[in-house]
Every structure is written in structure tokens, then in C-alpha cells.
Design a protein around this ligand. Sequence first.
Ligand code: IPD
Ligand code: CA
Length: 324
Amino acid sequence: MASNNLTSEKLKEILGVSIKLAREAGKLILEGSDAILRSAAEAVEEKKNSVDLVTQYDKGVEELVKKELGQAYPGFSFIGEEETAALGKLPELTDGPTFCVDPIDGTTNFVHGFPFACISIGLIYQKRSVVGVIFNPFLDWLYYGAEAQGSYLVKSGGAPLKLPLTPARPLPSLSQALIGIEWGSDRGLAPMKARGNTFQRLAGDGQHIEGGKMAHSLRSTGSAALNFATVASGQLDIYWEIGCNAWDVCAGTIIAQEAGGIVNTSDLSIHGGEVTGDASDKVLIGRKYIVMRAIADSGSEKGADIQKRLVKELCETVEDFTPV
Ligand code: IPD
Ligand code: CA
């Protein structure tokens, strides 16, 4: 559709609209957090199980964002976490522009008052993430990016800081990495075993744990979107998770890519065993994600080749499972 032809000017405009909306939603998230922490436990509902949570604020923020984006861009499709959860399946991705939104990513943090929750607004176009806005209202940290326009962090209304926050640094091996991991919401035997084995291999030493990489350490922020943003910033080297969804990672994907990061599936069979760094639809909806920060060239290898080599090693280290 010609009217939906997204030029870089148009992407810039969409970015501006999304930032304004994310800040508006942020106010609701803060009010909601305060109200939840002062209220009885009934304010929190369970979705697929007792660790997959939703509140009236997740739903309220999603309704607000859907309504305002729908008014500003009536021809665009919309995927929101809460609406999709109610439908039970993700709509098929088309080539047309589609907003992909998590109204509150880090709902568990939100209900506990742990200050790492955000709204994540992404735009998919021709099956790739092209605009991303992630706003953590608790810290007043806003991350944003658009295709070919770089990505930035604005802390407490200050000047935009280009991502990554420092020039790309070397990453000689997984053993020097600070790696983001999450517990997710599938807590059955197969996913817990696979995660446990993976965490052991990433953190354990190779002498006592077969295949142990002895990474510097593992971290969980409790928000996939903020993990992506932190990798884009260069403050976390890698993040791996199986089980989160397109709305958790859509905005983070373009923000990380614009910061020189690579976004890939951890299921190499999708691309014939190769690490391509092509985060198109299969990866976006595939629920098996790896993101790695920008890496400096070494004397003998380009940073982009080091990323691919380390992503491949990581894929061979993590244990695959099918998310529920
Ligand atoms: C969750 C968070 C969490 C991740 C889960 C996601 P939600 O999203 O991003 O870090 O481990 O896989 O579902 O439920 O807080 O929107
Ligand atoms: Ca959510």
C-alpha cells in the first residue's frame, strides 16, 4: 500500500509518536505500581500459571496504546501481549506495518516494586523490526531507535546518549562475558532442566562441568526488553532466553541492531545451521533469542565475525527446549 510506504522521515515521525506515548504510559505504570503495592493480592491475576501475571494496568496501558496508535496510524496492524494472550495465538505477520507492544514488560517486577519494568513499543515492517521504544518509568530511562537512524538512551530527560554508551570493546571469549538469562514462565521439568544445564555450563568451570565456559557471571533483570536495551548499551554482553515472545523483543531488536549488536535465534536449524544475524519473522516470532553487543575488531578478525563465532558457540552451549 503506497500510503504505508515507510520512508526514513516517516519512521522518525513514528518514533516521535511512540516516545510520547511511552512516556504517557509510563505515568500510568507508576500510578499502577503504587496502587498495586498498597492493595491486596487480588489486584494480580494469573494467566497460564502462577508466575505468568497480569494486572488491570497491563490491560489498561495496552488499551491506551492501541487506541492512540490506531488513531495516529489507522492502516497499521497491532499486536499486543494481553490481546494476543486472550486470543491464544499470535496473528500471522504480513509485510505491512504492525505495531508490536508489551504494555508492561517485567510484570513480576512491577507487582513486587522491583524497579525494572518498562513499556516496549516496536514497529515491524516487511517482517523486520524497524522502530523501537523502551521506557522504564521507575528510573526514567528511555531507549529508542529506528532503522538506519541509530539508537539512544535518555536518562531522566537529559541529552540523548548514543548507544552503545562507550565505543565497542573487545570480547575475546564467552568466559569474559556478563550474560543475561531469565527464568521465564515455563517451570515444568523439561524447561527447568534445560535452563539449569545451560546456566551450569555458562557459569561453571570447564574442569568440573563438561563444556563449562566460566563466564564472568549471569544476570536476570526480569524484563526481556530491558535485557535487550542493556546489551545495546554495552553494559551486558549477551542475553539468551527461550520462551519470551515477539512483543518482549521487537523494540529491543532494532535498538540493539542500531547499536551494532547482533540478534539471532538460538535454534540454528532455522537458518541451516548458520548464524546469519538476520532477525526477520522466523526469528522475531521464534521465541528463542540471543542478542550480543557490538564487539571491536581484533587484530585478525572483524567484530561482526567475532559476534557470529561467539553466537555459534553460545548456540552449541545452551540446551534447546520447546517453549509452552
Ligand atoms: C516476561 C519478562 C521476563 C521473561 C519472560 C517474559 P512479562 O514478560 O520479559 O523477563 O523471562 O519470558 O514473558 O510477562 O513481564 O511481560
Ligand atoms: Ca507484559
